[in-house]
Write a new protein. Structure first.
Lengths: 115, 109
């Protein structure tokens, strides 16, 4: 079974802090994704990556950055956390090398609260 | 602007009844996925639909895809309480998935 893990299930941070959310997948998937999920807004894509050291902006990249130094690991960074970044963050991965992106497998999510 | 619309957004149904959730999208795609999310949990893959006319069934759920109409349906047969969850469709537009807003299903006795 594909396993996607995220470093924390719950996280509470203060405004202005730098926040790191880590995601690891164990199935040698090429593609990795970060979403945020908010009530009434569904899932919105923040960033994605097709390969090590590659990254692409999604629909809402402002206030976020990412890092992919190893194939299995994709990190989401909030440079200076703000209260409007309080949300559920979901990491996903998919296998396909060639596009389309294919079925995605999701991690358990990190519920981040910024106070 | 690409849109993926699900309806209804909320569905309360009695056990034993049938119902259909609709997923309409506004761009060309022949790949669509259905996911289930339980409260406080992550998304679990239900169905992968990869071509026009594709139909998949698992237990009381059946999904279909009509790429010409840009429509996918998720049909629930004889609902049971365990099906209570939020269901998302997601359209594959080559380099990413676009998710619908979800349909929250509540099944009561």
């Amino acid at each position: 079974d594909v396993k996607v893990t995220q470093s924390s299930r719950y996280l509470v941070k203060r405004t202005g802090e730098k926040v790191f959310l880590e995601c690891v997948q164990d199935m040698d998937h090429e593609n990795m994704f970060w979403y945020r999920q908010d009530p009434g807004l569904g899932l919105r894509l923040i960033y994605f990556s097709y390969d090590v050291k590659m990254k692409e902006k999604g629909d809402i990249p402002e206030g976020y950055s990412v890092s992919r130094e190893k194939k299995e690991r994709f990190s989401l960074i909030l440079e200076s956390a703000s209260t409007n970044q309080t949300s559920m963050y979901l990491c996903a991965s998919s296998l396909l090398v060639a596009r389309p992106v294919g079925e995605q497998y999701f991690g358990p999510g990190t519920r981040l609260t910024v106070t | 602007e690409l849109k993926v619309e699900q309806n209804p957004l909320f569905l309360s149904m009695q056990e034993g009844k049938n119902y259909t959730i609709y997923c309409n999208y506004s761009t060309t795609s022949d790949r669509l996925y259905w996911y289930r999310q339980d409260p406080g949990k992550s998304l679990e893959s239900l169905f992968v639909l990869l071509s026009n006319g594709a139909v998949k069934q698992e237990g009381r759920l059946m999904a279909s895809l009509d790429t010409k109409a840009r429509l996918s349906t998720l049909h629930i047969t004889a609902a049971v309480h365990d099906l209570s969850a939020t269901y998302f469709c997601a359209v594959d537009i080559v380099d990413k998935l676009i998710f619908g807003t979800g349909t929250r299903l509540q099944v009561f006795p």
